[in-house]
Design a protein around this ligand. Structure first.
Ligand code: MG
Length: 399
């Protein structure tokens, strides 16, 4: 392993969440958690081999939700952090030591706008330097204030830089320095470059990016939302559509399930689940729209767990998969093909049932029916067929 990334996401900072609460790295930003955007910069960078995230022990569920839809091949299992940022970085370094990377990029979870250009500059600078820091020259005039808020002087800003992350190091060197610092009773370093400075290791400054700022307050988050909206790829949504088709044959019985509604009939539909042919076609349409296999792959008929299952479980699962990608369902439409039973009297109940399962308004659900003029298996009343279409909006870079 050549380059590993270590993302520090164990903090408890909640100011950005406002009334919603929760640590800032899990707050939604343009359809995903802040952490999702941060991790995306690393897992999609060709030179990064593995990504180790350090999380708070209480956040395992938040983390699992946050990474949904992200390419996962480079993501190592998260490890729990410590009481301070320094302790959390140490925990991540110790976990990474089993993989013995040559270099490590240490980055704050709350900086979701890291560009590939900054990563390129840091990785290039690691050839010849053991410690490299992304930073921006200070542009504002700096004032020193006395007690009472009166200016005591103007600080010469020449040579002053604002430290960002990532901070990049020779892995073995920074691991050893973290161990030495802890052994020396130093637990107060707020960044890793400071540990290198403390040990006398030269730290090279490379150009960061003004976009690579840290989200701390609710105002930062609002600014970040606007920035995401302007970005050409991140946060942009695009329409996707999918189709589905299903058939179930009649067998002896007294009612059929169609689009979540039980309709008394001369037969029932044969199937491993409740055989709701309409919901099955809709499930496949949604899965098709997001390119995520089909109903038989996620709920194999060979699995006894799904024997007699209510088909709303399948459709609700497909809707969850759309949401996990940061997507939303625009509309769905289903056509039932049968001579009987008559669908018209149940149409509104079906639309309401499907809308409930998908968490959308009933105006976005179409249910139609047709006979096949006595032709074919549906015309011979041997079974019912259903076809469906679904339209969803997905982030244009969704995996
Ligand atoms: Mg089926």
């Amino acid at each position: 392993m050549t380059v590993a990334a270590l993302i520090v996401a164990a903090g408890r900072g909640t100011r950005a969440a406002g009334a919603a609460g929760g640590p800032k790295q899990y707050v939604p930003l343009a359809g995903h958690a802040v952490l999702w955007h941060t991790l995306r910069a690393f897992v999609t960078h060709a030179a990064v081999d593995a990504v180790q995230v350090v999380i708070h022990a209480d956040d395992r569920d938040l983390y699992a939700d946050a990474i949904a839809g992200l390419p996962s091949a480079k993501l190592l299992p998260p490890v729990p952090g410590g009481a301070t940022r320094q302790a959390s970085v140490r925990a991540g370094l110790e976990a990474l030591s089993h993989h013995a990377p040559r270099h490590v990029l240490i980055h704050d979870a709350a900086r979701p706008f890291l560009g590939a250009d900054v990563l390129d500059r840091l990785i290039a600078a690691l050839t010849g330097h053991d410690a490299v820091l992304a930073a921006e020259p200070v542009a504002d005039t700096l004032k020193r204030a006395s007690a009472g808020g009166i200016i005591a002087g103007t600080v010469d800003r020449a040579g002053l830089w604002r430290a960002q992350t990532p901070q990049a190091f020779a892995f073995r060197a920074i691991l050893d320095l973290h161990r030495q610092a802890a052994d020396a009773g130093r637990h107060d370093f707020t960044d890793d470059a400071a540990i290198a400075e403390w040990a006398g290791t030269p730290v090279l400054l490379v150009e960061g990016s003004s976009r690579n700022s840290k989200i701390t307050t609710a105002e930062d988050l609002r600014m970040a939302e606007r920035l995401m909206g302007q970005s050409s790829t991140a946060g942009a949504m695009e329409p996707r559509s999918g189709t589905g088709f299903d058939v179930h044959r009649f067998e002896a019985g007294d009612a059929v399930w169609l689009c979540g509604v039980r309709i008394p009939h001369t037969h029932k539909l044969e199937g491993h689940s409740d055989a709701d042919v309409g919901l099955h076609a809709l499930t496949d349409a949604l899965l098709g729209a997001i390119g995520d296999g089909d109903i038989g792959q996620h709920f194999p008929p060979s699995d006894p767990k799904w024997k007699g299952a209510a088909s709303h479980l399948f459709l609700e699962d497909a809707a969850r998969r759309v949401r996990a990608r940061g997507g939303r369902i625009v509309n769905v439409d289903v056509t039932l093909l049968c001579e009987a039973p008559r669908v018209g009297p149940h149409r509104d109940a079906m639309r309401a049932a499907v809308a409930r399962m998908l968490g959308i308004d009933a105006s976005r659900v179409g249910v139609k029916a047709t006979t096949t003029e006595g032709l074919g298996f549906t015309g011979r009343r041997e079974g019912i067929a259903a076809m469906a279409a679904a339209s969803v909006m997905l982030p244009s870079d969704a995996a």
